[in-house]
Design a protein around this ligand. Structure first.
Ligand code: DC
Length: 225
């Protein structure tokens, strides 16, 4: 596939993958792929085009033709869909739930694979998602599976959304999270699971800097960076 070093980070929502991947990419000076955003953007673009999310061929065409750009801004990566900044729009729980519906479709997943692999460019890539280690970057020498208890993950997501000024309820978030975990883990294609060669890290009791440091230590061991 590619000789570019890849750190594949998978795990359920709220385990800290996004923040950790961003922190690691920044410290190593590597590229970053937030693969979940591609599913979120696909769902958003389909919704806006009035396409039913269960209409596989139509959603697939949307996924293939996405006019999306990731711009490195001062405050992190901005997601630009057809010249509109949708960074915040795609972060809502509703957008996440819609993403997990389109993500069940194998043809949609297939349509997004080449786009994801194109992110692997020197000096290296940190990729986060659900199937980075199991499908998209199967050859990665460093695969990490981040987990945390549902209660802790719901609490983190709650704080994240509150900080963005969104109005959310913790019990509802917790329920949605369990529901999304179930959908992501039980789907027939590329279900969420730790591969045998993944290093599993439970982040329930760890702060984000400690997790980032652990990943950097593993990267040093595996890739000599
Ligand atoms: O990581 P996230 O919350 O942004 O992901 C949104 C949804 O997309 C999530 O429910 C599962 C799906 N997803 C996926 O199936 N495969 C990926 N590599 C990333 C996300």
């Amino acid at each position: 596939m590619t000789d570019v070093p890849v750190i594949a980070i998978d795990g359920p929502g709220g385990a800290g993958k996004g923040t950790v991947a961003q922190g690691v990419a920044r410290r190593l000076g590597w590229h970053l792929l937030d693969s979940g955003s591609l599913y979120r953007i696909t769902a958003l673009a389909a919704n806006r085009a009035g396409i039913d999310l269960e209409n596989s061929p139509a959603v697939c065409a949307v996924a293939r033709d996405l006019d999306v750009r990731f711009d490195e801004g001062g405050d992190g990566l901005r997601v630009i869909l057809a010249d509109e900044d949708v960074t915040d729009v795609i972060r809502s729980e509703q957008a996440g739930a819609a993403a997990s519906v389109v993500a069940r479709d194998s043809a949609v997943r297939e349509a997004l694979i080449a786009r994801q692999r194109a992110f692997a460019r020197p000096p290296g890539l940190v990729a986060d998602g659900r199937d980075m280690g199991s499908v998209v970057f199967r050859d990665a020498k460093l695969k990490i599976f981040l987990t945390a208890s549902v209660a802790e993950r719901a609490q983190r997501r709650y704080k994240q959304l509150k900080d963005k000024g969104m109005n959310v309820s913790l019990p509802a978030l917790s329920r949605d999270m369990e529901e999304r975990d179930r959908r992501d883990s039980e789907r027939a294609v590329a279900p969420l699971r730790a591969t045998e060669d993944a290093r599993v890290l439970d982040t329930t009791e760890l702060d984000v800097q400690a997790v980032i440091q652990r990943v950097i230590d593993w990267a040093a061991e595996v890739y000599r960076v």
